[in-house]
Design a protein around this ligand. Sequence first.
Ligand code: T4K
Length: 380
Amino acid sequence: MTGKILVTRSSMPEYEEYCEEIRDLWETHWLTNMGAKHKQFQADLKSYLGVENIDLLTNGHMALELSIQAMNLHGEVITTPFTFASTTHAIVRNGLEPVFCDIDPVDFTMDASKIESLITDKTCAIVPVHVYGNVCNIEEIQRIADKYSLKVIYDAAHTFGVKYKGKSTADYGDASCFSFHATKVFNTIEGGAVCFHDQDFGLNLYRLKNFGIRGPEVVDGVGANAKMNEFCAAMGICNLRHLEAEIEKRKLVVERYRSHLDSIDGLQLNPVQKDVDANYSYFPVVFNEKVFGASRNEVFNALADNGIGARKYFYPLTNTFDCFHGRYDEHKTPTALHMSKRVLTLPLYADLSLEDVDRICDVVLKTAKKTSVRIADMIR
Ligand code: T4K
């Protein structure tokens, strides 16, 4: 038995590799503000993702928030409540009104068949999330956006390394926003990026991440400071070299989980999506208490008792957050509500040993048994 297992663990290059990468910073003393590492990392990403345009930011949240700001939007934005706080906050912090769309019960992404009924004359954009690395219904979302002249800003925080029909997810929508946080499949410690097609949008975004400065004596935007620094860019350069190997290792971990849990009644696992090359970023399991014999919370507690840190991503729904008290009705997104009360993401990272996966699954499965015994005791 090994020690405590957390829900994830940051991927890191060899210490020497990173030191070598940052060595020249001690010669140049150039630490931030779009330096040489920033430029190199940007070029590396362009070629890895096969995109024309990409900008780097301090984190995934600023990628989203500033992308929305750079589009000069007003009114309502259709989005999902089954996500991390960042998605909804980026909309609200831009003075826009989120309108919550329910999710698909199989892949947890926005249910595209419900979008049109939410469109009003105030709707300006759609902000879908590729949750857990599952790709949204890209074609249908784009069809609706084209029909109603709406912008599409993807929260692609979970999909770095994912391909749809052979192309990176970065290529879809008006903007696609990645997170390179320490907990992601690919990290730059903290970091984010936006891929886009429109050059004017790109220029706006570039200025907004640098206080809205247009030139030495002109500031014509109310921007923020969201520039990626050289140490983070250097981490990105190193980690990108090992990304494919990391994804391969994650795949083995996921396959081991599936070998234990795939055929268990009452458990719903993440789908294997058609036309998608996955990045194996999360391992969500939805617990049907009656059929499986234990609830999500019972499994969560049992894992915690055994030193295993699973997480309730994404509970609570963002439309139930205290900061929005009374503003939204979570019953308008019943599938999201149902899923958020039953889902648990199990530990997943490249170096998680297969023996640890066995141990985690053992605890999960035994929880059901214990609970059934308890119910049997109660009946007796
Ligand atoms: N959109 C979506 C859909 C997102 O999921 C996120 C972020 C964003 C936007 C915004 O992107 P960023 O602005 O964050 O780039 C974590 C992450 O902080 C957050 O990035 C992520 N989503 C969210 C789903 O999870 P916490 O509060 O659960 O993280 P924390 O600190 O509890 O860490 C989880 C585990 O990760 C730890 O138990 C151990 C491991 N870990 C953590 C850190 C900080 C490491 O191994 N190394 C580390 O440095 O939010």
